[in-house]
Design a protein around this ligand. Structure first.
Ligand code: NAD
Ligand code: LMR
Length: 330
C-alpha cells in the first residue's frame, strides 16, 4: 500500500478578499498540489476581516474536502506563516482615491516587509511564495529583502494571468484551441508596461507568427493583454478575481509539478542578469519548471522591437525598486 503524502501547509493572505474566496476552495479540492496531497490551510487577514475569513472556513468545512488536514484563521503574520511550505500572498492595500503610486508602494511595503520577516522566522525550509497583491513584482522584492535566510529565488510574483490572457487572445485570433498553443511569454512587470511575446510561440507545432501579422501583434494583441486588468475592472466593475485565482493555482502547480515537455510558463522571478535584466529585479521571464525548481529559458533571440519593450518594462521595475529603496523598504 502507498504511504499517504504528508500534509503541505499553505498560507493564503487576503483570505477574505475576492481572490481568496475563489482560491481557497480549489486549493482544498487538490487543484493546486494534486489529488493525493493533503493540505493544511492557514488564512491570514487583517483583524477587521478575520471574521469574514472564519465564515469562509465554515464553508470550507461544509465541503467536507477529503484533502483538508487543517483550517485556521490568523491576524498575526508570525502565526500564519509558522511552518508554511507554500505562501500565496494575495492581501494588499488597493489604490484609493487620491493615492499616488508612491503611497501605494509605501502602504504595501508595510505589509510585505512584515510578512517577509514572518516567513524568514517561521516558514519551512522548502517555502515557496507567489505574490499576487499589487504591485506584485515589487511586493515580492520587498518580502524577499526582509527574509535574508530564505533564498530570494523562492519569492516570485504572478504573471501567469497575463500568460493565460495572451494564450486566450492568440487562440481566439487563430481559431486554434488553447491546448494547441505553446511558448507564449510575458516579460517584465505585471503592469501595462509588460511585454506579451509570441515570437517563439507555436500553434499546432507551427510558428504563431505565420498566422498573425505584426500590425495585429503591436496594435491589438500587446495592448489588449497588457491592459486586460483595466478592461476587466471597467466591464465587470471589479478587478479580476476567479481568473487571478486560477492563474495563482497554475503558477504554483507548475512550480511544484513541472511544465510540460515542449512548453514553458511565465513567472516573475528575481533576475540573475539573464537577457540584460539587472540582477535582483523581480521580472517576468519564460521559465521551465521541474520538481520544485525553475529555470529561466536561455538563448532566445530578442529582436530590436522586443528589446525596446523589455527595457521599458524593466525601467519601470527599476523605478519601483528605487522608490521602495527611498522608503527604506529594501
Ligand atoms: P480584495 O480587496 O477583495 O481583497 C484583499 C484582501 O486582503 C482584503 O480582504 C483585505 O482585508 C486583505 N488584506 C489587506 N491587508 C492585509 C494584510 N496585511 N494581511 C492580510 N490580509 C490583508 O482584493 P482582491 O480582488 O482579492 O485582490 C487582491 C490583490 O490582488 C490586489 O492587490 C489586486 O490588485 C491584486 N491582483 C493581482 C493580479 C495579478 O495578476 N498579479 C490579478 C488580480 C488582482
Ligand atoms: C489584473 O491584472 O487583473 C490585476 O492586476 C488588476 C489590475 O489592476 O490590473
Amino acid at each position: 500500500m502507498d504511504t499517504p503524502a504528508a500534509p503541505v501547509t499553505v498560507t493564503v493572505t487576503g483570505a477574505a478578499g475576492q481572490i481568496g474566496y475563489a482560491l481557497l476552495f480549489r486549493i482544498a479540492s487538490g487543484a493546486m498540489l494534486g489529488p493525493e496531497v493533503p493540505v493544511r490551510l492557514r488564512l491570514l487577514e487583517v483583524p477587521a476581516a478575520a471574521r469574514a475569513a472564519e465564515g469562509t472556513v465554515l464553508e470550507l468545512m461544509d465541503c467536507a474536502f477529503p484533502l483538508v488536514a487543517g483550517l485556521d484563521v490568523f491576524d498575526d503574520p508570525a502565526k500564519a506563516f509558522d511552518g508554511a511550505n507554500v505562501g500565496l500572498l494575495v492581501g494588499a492595500r488597493p489604490r484609493g482615491p487620491g493615492m499616488e503610486r508612491a503611497d501605494l508602494l509605501a502602504a504595501n511595503g508595510g505589509i510585505f516587509s512584515v510578512q517577509g520577516r514572518a516567513i524568514n522566522d517561521g516558514a519551512a525550509g522548502d517555502f515557496k511564495a507567489v505574490v499576487v497583491g499589487n504591485p506584485a513584482n515589487t511586493n515580492a522584492l520587498i518580502a524577499a529583502s526582509h527574509a535574508p535566510d530564505v533564498p530570494a529565488s523562492r519569492f516570485t510574483a504572478m504573471t501567469r494571468l497575463d500568460h493565460d490572457r495572451a494564450v486566450a487572445q492568440l487562440a481566439a485570433k487563430t481559431g486554434a484551441p488553447v491546448s494547441a498553443i505553446r511558448k507564449v511569454a510575458i516579460w517584465g512587470n505585471h503592469s501595462a508596461s509588460q511585454y506579451p511575446d509570441i515570437t517563439h510561440a507555436t500553434v499546432d507545432g507551427g510558428p504563431a507568427t505565420d498566422l498573425v501579422d505584426q500590425s495585429w501583434i503591436a496594435g491589438e494583441f500587446i495592448p489588449r493583454v497588457a491592459k486586460r486588468g483595466a478592461e476587466i475592472i471597467s466591464v465587470r466593475g471589479g478587478s479580476s478575481a476567479a481568473s487571478a485565482a486560477n492563474a495563482a493555482i497554475a503558477h504554483m502547480r507548475l512550480w511544484v509539478h513541472g511544465t510540460r515537455a515542449g512548453d514553458w510558463t511565465s513567472m516573475a522571478v528575481p533576475s540573475d542578469g539573464s537577457y540584460g535584466v539587472p540582477e535582483g529585479l523581480v521580472s517576468s521571464f519564460p521559465v521551465t519548471t521541474a520538481a520544485g525548481d525553475y529555470n529561466i529559458v536561455q538563448g532566445l533571440d530578442i529582436s530590436v522591437f522586443a528589446r525596446g519593450r523589455i527595457d521599458a518594462s524593466v525601467a519601470e521595475l527599476a523605478s519601483e525598486r528605487d522608490a521602495v529603496k527611498g522608503l527604506g523598504l529594501v
